[in-house]
Unconditional design. Structure first.
Length: 728
């Protein structure tokens, strides 16, 4: 007995929606985790220098190789030769030195002559000549005086021989000026060209050529040549700034070296040399890293997915358990399908991900749930796919396949739009295939690849197949979800609106008046629902079936009493009430028997709510002496639970009331519509649905416009009297 009670308690727990939802979220999280687990799991590798690699190792991410980059920069710097610049001011400097020497010589000569002339005046002796005065001073004295007269920074004269200096001193002023001018010209001509250190001797040899036509005595000419030879110096020097700038530019021109994500560092069986070992170290394979970090990242990512789904359904007006189950089931199927297909990557099908019919999940969710959740599913599937198809690179994403999946899903959602016929789904699949082809082409071109190549052709074929297979799978799985979860999709509604449906045929053949009335109600309710943002197609299809209960006793309803006696005249008001009221419950029972969707059953059962059968109630009060309870003449209900049912109930009364009028006018129609809505409000028939007063005004306006279009005024044609024309 205790076991039975425990089993009963466990069954009670399972009936709790929150418990089931928790199980669903845990199941989905587990599917996501184990699908991506192997793709983010860090591998433990036994890597030793100069050992053979146990397996092929690829880079898990884009890593900058700083050491290799620096080596390339150093090589580039070493290849830059030193830069030597020509100093044009060197020529002027040497000319200034020559001028300084000649000026010093002139000064020494002048001083010697002046001193000799002064002594001759004091001794009253004969005035000596210039040559005499110069000869009176010793050679050493002349050299000494010349060294004193030449500025200290000028050192050129120290390289000249004493004979050269004496020859310059003893030269006449005229010849000395001529020698100076020729020396300046020669030095300027020679040093106006580049003279490197190794070219100095050759440049000095040119002095003889420059001074060959100098018209002076031989000793002065030789002295001038020697002076010019020593004045010629290298004018090309090392340019440190220019050299450093060029080397810096060469270093900056070197692009950083990277180990690319997915790049093979070492293949299985290859020797791990020093360079490979260094790259493995850069990639982090030699570090004793905490291997739990990728798992924590994956768990956080999955929690983000689950949270987004949970908070959306928590605030949604849809049945949380049913639609959450559908959503998670579709996403799980898509993820498992990805994982199965990803296993083929290990047998030389590295790009097999492009064939995954990922758009199937987005299309199914768009059809069965809504577009916003389909967009959310697109992002979840794209991110999951980028991990599952990361090519075995631990803790990385395949962004190309992620972008491909995301655009494929969004293309399917957008192209499908509100047209949910099977033919439209097939067209959507073809459209998705074309978009996949374009996206794949863009990805190939972005990687600087070639579109037309033998290797890329299978990928483009797979992208086209992906879209088509997505549509085929969506069409194939759609009936299972509709039947298994009782989903009333747009496609299912379109199928139920087919006039050849057995129940609609039953209404048409057995109650033609009711069928016509239902079509009119369908027109009214659909237009009103569309005006307030409700499901117009559901309202139209529900209107077709809302009075199907009248097929059980069609003759008791006035629209089917064409040229017949009204049977209610022969029975009591209580019995009439029972027959009329029962059409709602009979219709709901008949629809349940034919496995019709719950939404259609609810419309048949709730469209009258708990309204009062006023005609038979008043008839009963008039025929009975005792007091009649009003509740005895009300429909069983329940009251309308949705906007669509409330609108259909009002449209049902409006159509019947307007049809009973002899000459309906816009004013009369508006009065009837407003009166019926007011009566429903006062009777509390709209208390249990989320319809607003503003929406009721919009509905009333929609009803008036539709009814005026149906009962518009017509031209009265005069009767034409046919006259027989007698033939002559």
């Amino acid at each position: 007995m205790k076991r039975i009670e425990q089993l009963f308690k466990s069954m009670t727990v399972l009936k709790n929606d929150h418990f089931l939802l928790t199980l669903l979220y845990l199941l989905f999280a587990s599917i996501l985790f184990f699908s991506m687990y192997s793709n983010i799991r860090p591998e433990k590798l036994n890597l030793k220098l100069y050992a053979d690699a146990e397996k092929t190792i690829v880079s898990p991410a884009l890593i900058q190789d700083v050491e290799k980059t620096e080596d390339k920069k150093n090589d580039a710097i070493q290849q830059v030769n030193d830069i030597y610049s020509m100093k044009k001011d060197y020529a002027q400097n040497q000319i200034d030195i020559i001028d300084a020497i000649f000026k010093a010589i002139n000064t020494v000569e002048t001083n010697i002559i002046n001193e000799g002339m002064n002594e001759a005046v004091e001794d009253e002796s004969e005035t000596p000549t210039r040559e005499t005065l110069l000869s009176q001073v010793s050679k050493e004295e002349k050299i000494k005086r010349l060294n004193q007269a030449i500025p200290g920074e000028v050192l050129l004269h120290k390289e000249l021989s004493e004979d050269t200096l004496i020859a310059l001193i003893h030269a006449t002023p005229e010849q000395r000026v001529l020698a100076r001018d020729n020396a300046v010209t020669a030095v300027n001509n020679i040093m106006s060209q580049r003279i490197e250190t190794q070219e100095v001797d050759a440049a000095r040899e040119r002095v003889n050529q420059e001074l060959r036509y100098m018209n002076v005595n031989s000793s002065l000419k030789q002295a001038t040549i020697e002076l010019c030879r020593y004045a010629i110096v290298p004018n090309v020097v090392f340019d440190k700034e220019a050299t450093n700038a060029k080397r810096q530019a060469a270093a900056e021109s070197i692009q950083p070296e990277y180990i690319l994500q997915g790049q093979i560092i070492v293949r299985e069986g290859e020797l791990i040399d020093e360079e490979v070992y260094r790259q493995l170290s850069l990639a982090g394979f030699l570090d004793a890293k905490d291997t739990s970090l990728p798992f924590i990242g994956l768990v956080l990512l999955i929690l983000l997915f689950i949270s987004a789904i949970y908070f959306y359904f928590k605030d949604s007006k849809k049945s949380e358990l049913k639609f959450t189950t559908i959503y998670i089931l579709i996403c799980s199927i898509s993820v498992i399908l990805m994982k199965i297909i990803s296993l083929f990557q290990q047998i030389n099908f590295s790009e097999i991900g492009y064939v995954v019919p990922v758009a199937m999940g987005a299309i199914l969710i768009k059809l069965l749930v809504n577009e916003r959740l389909a967009m959310l599913a697109s992002m979840i599937l794209a991110i999951s796919g980028s991990v599952i198809f990361n090519g075995g690179i631990s803790s990385s994403f395949n962004f190309s396949i992620g972008i491909y999946f995301l655009i494929s899903c969004i293309a399917g959602i957008l192209f499908l739009g509100k047209h949910n016929q099977r033919a439209k789904i097939l067209q959507t699949g073809l459209f998705v295939g074309i978009i996949n082809f374009i996206v794949l082409s863009a990805l190939v071109l972005l990687k600087n690849g070639h579109l037309v190549s033998f290797e890329s052709t299978p990928f483009f074929i797979m992208s086209l197949l992906s879209g088509i297979v997505s549509a085929v799978l969506a069409i194939g799985l759609l009936p299972f979800f509709e039947a298994g979860f009782g989903i009333l999709s747009t496609m299912r509604l379109i199928e139920l609106s087919n006039p050849n449906h057995p129940l609609l045929r039953k209404i048409l053949t057995e109650t033609p008046g009711t069928y016509h009335h239902s079509v009119m109600v369908a027109n009214l309710s659909e237009a009103a629902c569309e005006a307030v943002g409700a499901n117009g197609l559901l309202a139209r299809v529900g209107s077709y079936y809302h009075d199907i209960g009248k097929t059980k006793r069609p003759q008791f309803f006035i629209e089917n009493q064409m040229n017949r006696e009204n049977p209610h005249d022969k029975i009591s008001p209580q019995l009439s009430k029972t027959i009329i009221v029962s059409h709602a419950t009979d219709g709901a029972e008949l629809l349940r028997m034919h496995k019709m969707p719950k939404e259609i059953v609810d419309i048949a059962e709730q469209h009258h709510g708990t309204t009062l059968l006023r005609y038979f109630y008043h008839k009963a009060t008039q025929n009975s002496e005792k007091e009649i309870e009003e509740n005895d003449f009300r429909y069983a209900g329940p009251k309308a639970q949705t906007k669509e049912i409330a609108i259909i109930g009002i449209a049902d009364s409006v159509e019947a009331a307007v049809r009973s009028m002899n000459h309906p006018s816009p004013h009369k129609i508006e009065a009837i519509v407003n009166g019926i809505i007011k009566e429903r409000l006062q009777d509390g028939q709209l208390d249990e649905c989320d319809i607003t007063m503003k929406e009721l005004d919009i509905i009333a306006k929609s009803f008036c416009e539709t009814m005026q279009g149906i009962f518009h005024s017509r031209i009265e044609y005069p009767e034409v009297t046919k006259q027989k024309v007698k033939e002559a």
